[in-house]
Design a protein around this ligand. Structure first.
Ligand SMILES: [Ca+2]
Ligand SMILES: [Ca+2]
Length: 86
């Protein structure tokens, strides 16, 4: 459980560092931290789909619910925010 919390903090820090003027705004589904949930994030999620923590295609930013698995739940989170920007 600690590793998930650690990874979550790293993701938040990574996104905050890219958006220093809006440090408290994190867009769920914005896997590449560019301020948009779009087709690029979907592509990144697709590349990591099915991966578990430690897998070669693991992308911690794509684990949107931080459960250690890139699956349909992460896809649902991205789809709910698809097209949104910060
Ligand atoms: Ca994005
Ligand atoms: Ca997940």
């Amino acid at each position: 459980m600690r590793i998930f919390l650690f990874l979550y903090i790293l993701i938040i820090i990574g996104c905050v560092q890219q958006y220093p003027t809006t440090p408290n705004i994190i867009l769920p589904g914005d896997i590449n931290c560019d301020g948009k949930a779009d087709h690029i994030d979907l592509e990144l999620l697709s590349d990591a789909f099915g991966a578990v923590l430690g897998a070669s295609n693991w992308n911690p930013n794509a684990d949107l619910d931080n459960n250690g698995r890139i699956d349909g739940i992460d896809l649902i989170i991205l789809s709910r925010n698809f097209g949104k920007t910060i």
